[in-house]
Design a protein around this ligand. Structure first.
Ligand code: AGP
Length: 613
């Protein structure tokens, strides 16, 4: 999952590309590079590390040209290094690529036989040599791109420049996102409109197996058969481009503190609390006929899907199955006509989830997507879309998108409950009230004394080797999500498990050094508190270092067994249990990462949008 940018026809090509790459850094930030065509020579500057290092190098090595391509990388093949950074070139062809060339080894051997020399360990480097190979045969840019695409197995968003063609960028798309931006006497390409939003609001989003030849004043789109395709340019909403930290030290901290407002805005977008009416976007299918829901997602979005299983089954009585996207399409899933496929994604571009969506579509399933990015590919491919109103989420570790997803999924559960006649108008009103009050309660989690307490506990965890999170019911999911946040931010191995499962093996890990974070709020809808309490006592009996997350009553009941406690407000039900305690665990992971000196917004080895399988 990388970010690519290209410009043709602009004298500020290099700075437009650099600014675009900065905006795409969420897609990968382990190395970067830019190449331009200067006096019919490729001039390239590449650096290992963040864009800032490339920017510094560009100050030393001036690139003067009105055509160029750039790349920010998340390594798939070949470790992050200057050599493996893109662009990659052959004698006359230079390429940037986002995706994976699955048959790169085979192509490399074939091309090496015809004299190609390879300098990097990347899969991508076969592409410029393959295009050159076909260009020598056809003498035609379009044909060489099409022949190359035919030979490549895998996914790609490609941008290509050619010696001898100072006013041409060729692009190709299969699986990875790619847009063309229309300018005045200059044109642009990028992985995401956001990278171009300072320069144009007119874009053409390419579909899979579409290709284009772009010059400063012409764009020619064609298909695999070299047939021209007419593409309408779309006018994009003016995006708030200046996304700042608003005075917070990190985007992640800002996004944690934004959650009460995000909840409010997401509820306002779909609910009229004055008459307890829910206004979800129209579905092109009859929800009454839906008797099963299959939720597919990855990472944190998968955990919001697991929360939805509890919420929808409890509130609407509709059967819910949840699966991780990278496994879903490789198992013999029996599709049903009365099934609704729900895909959850912050970015709307996650390759595993997209591939599962396309698989479900091929099996004529009804597709609902819950995404945070309006113009994302998932939104474009779905029958119905419900947007989370979280605003841009820049921190790689997802926080506000998670609670916004649970808010939307709660509304879907309540909506279904009404349609299925499972809940009365009174119950609906009460559930909407519970949801609406979550934001106000969440603000209390940011009280000074609570933050001071979390900072102290975080200090004590910086030297931990392992951490366990346990919970029951929907708090089990909070344990899973909390452990993921802890892993990706602190780089400490953390595991979330169902508290009831502890005694079936994992309890063997418990000793005086093992911190165990017990998530046990009271929830008057079930007696899981007591059950979790006995599991915590099993930990206590083996000397485990318990950190207890509960409400005032729970903490009093747990008493001296836990030296470190995190108090949360009293919860009114399952929706609040899914949305509130997780915020304290987000803060805990944030401060441990901060005290360890880790890069909180761009943790190592990660990227915000995972566009490769
Ligand atoms: C979460 O903190 C991670 N960044 C990651 O697990 C993420 O949730 C996952 O990659 C799914 O992304 P999506 O919601 O954009 O599809």
């Amino acid at each position: 999952m990388c970010g690519i940018v290209g410009v043709v026809g602009s004298k500020n090509a290099v700075s437009i590309i650099l600014e675009g790459l900065k905006k795409l850094e969420y897609r990968g930030y382990d190395s970067a590079g830019i190449a331009v065509l200067e006096k019919n020579k490729f001039k390239t500057v590449k650096e290992e590390g963040k864009i800032a290092k490339l920017e510094a190098a560009l100050k030393k090595t001036k690139l003067e040209s009105d055509i160029g391509i750039g790349h920010t990388r998340w390594a798939t093949h070949g470790r992050p290094s200057k050599q493996n950074a893109h662009p990659h070139a052959s004698s006359n062809v230079c390429v940037v690529h986002n995706g994976i060339i699955e048959n790169h080894q085979e192509l490399k051997e074939k091309l090496a036989k015809s004299g190609a020399k390879f300098l990097s360990q990347t899969d991508t480097e076969v592409v410029p040599h393959l295009i050159e190979y076909h260009f020598e045969k056809t003498g035609d840019i379009k044909k060489s791109i099409l022949e190359t695409a035919k030979e490549i197995h895998g996914t790609f968003a490609l941008a290509v420049i050619f010696k001898g063609h100072p006013n041409v960028i060729a692009v190709a798309k299969r699986g990875s996102p790619l847009v063309i931006g229309l300018g005045e006497n200059e044109n642009y390409i990028a992985s995401d409109y956001y990278a171009l939003s300072d320069h144009t609001s007119k874009i053409i989003a390419l579909e899979d197996e579409e290709f284009a030849i772009i010059s400063n004043n012409e764009i020619e789109v064609f298909d695999v058969k070299n047939k021209p395709i007419h593409k309408e340019a779309k006018l994009m909403e003016a995006e708030n481009n200046r996304i700042s930290k608003d005075g917070y030290d990190h985007f992640m901290l800002k996004e944690i503190y934004e959650q009460p407002r995000v909840l409010e805005e997401t509820i306002q977008a779909y609910v009229d609390l004055s008459n307890s009416s829910i206004h979800l976007p129209n579905f092109a299918f009859d929800l009454k006929k839906i008797n099963k829901i299959t939720i597919i997602a990855c990472g944190t979005s998968y955990y919001s899907g697991m929360c939805a299983k509890y919420l929808i089954e409890e509130i609407a009585g509709v059967e819910v199955e949840v699966d991780i996207a990278s496994e879903f399409r490789y198992r013999a899933h029996p599709f049903r006509d009365d099934n609704l496929m729900v895909f959850v994604s912050q970015s709307g571009e996650t390759a595993d989830t997209l591939a599962a969506l396309k698989f479900a579509k091929q099996n004529s399933q009804k597709i609902l997507s819950i995404v945070n990015v309006a113009h994302s590919t998932m939104a474009q491919l779905s029958d119905a879309v419900i947007r989370t109103v979280a605003g841009p989420e820049i921190g790689v570790a997802s926080t506000k998108a998670y609670t916004a997803q649970i808010t939307v999924l709660s509304l879907l559960a309540i909506h279904f409950g009404c349609i299925k006649g499972k809940i009365s108008a009174k119950q609906k009103e009460k559930l909407l009230q519970e949801l609406a009050e979550s934001g106000a309660k969440m603000v209390h989690l940011f009280d000074k004394s609570d933050i001071k307490n979390i900072k102290k506990i975080a200090q004590s965890l910086t030297s931990a080797k392992h951490v366990l999170y346990i919970g029951r019911g929907i708090s089990q999911i909070t344990a899973f999500e909390a452990a993921l946040k802890f892993r990706e931010l602190s780089y400490i191995n953390a595991q979330g498990i169902a508290a009831g499962e502890l005694k079936h093996g994992t309890i063997a890990l418990i000793d005086k050094k093992m911190p165990v974070i017990v998530i046990a709020p009271h929830n008057k809808d079930n007696d899981l508190f007591e059950k979790t309490l006995s599991n915590a006592q099993e930990v206590n009996a083996r000397g485990g270092k318990i950190i207890f997350i509960s409400d005032k009553k729970g903490i009093a009941q747990f008493g001296k067994m836990a030296k470190r406690k995190i108090e949360i407000p009293k919860l009114d039900g399952i929706i609040q249990e899914a949305i509130l305690p997780v915020v304290s665990t987000q803060l805990l992971a944030y401060y441990v990462a901060l005290y360890k000196g880790n890069d909180v917004d761009q943790p190592r080895n990660l990227a915000k949008s995972v566009t490769v399988e």
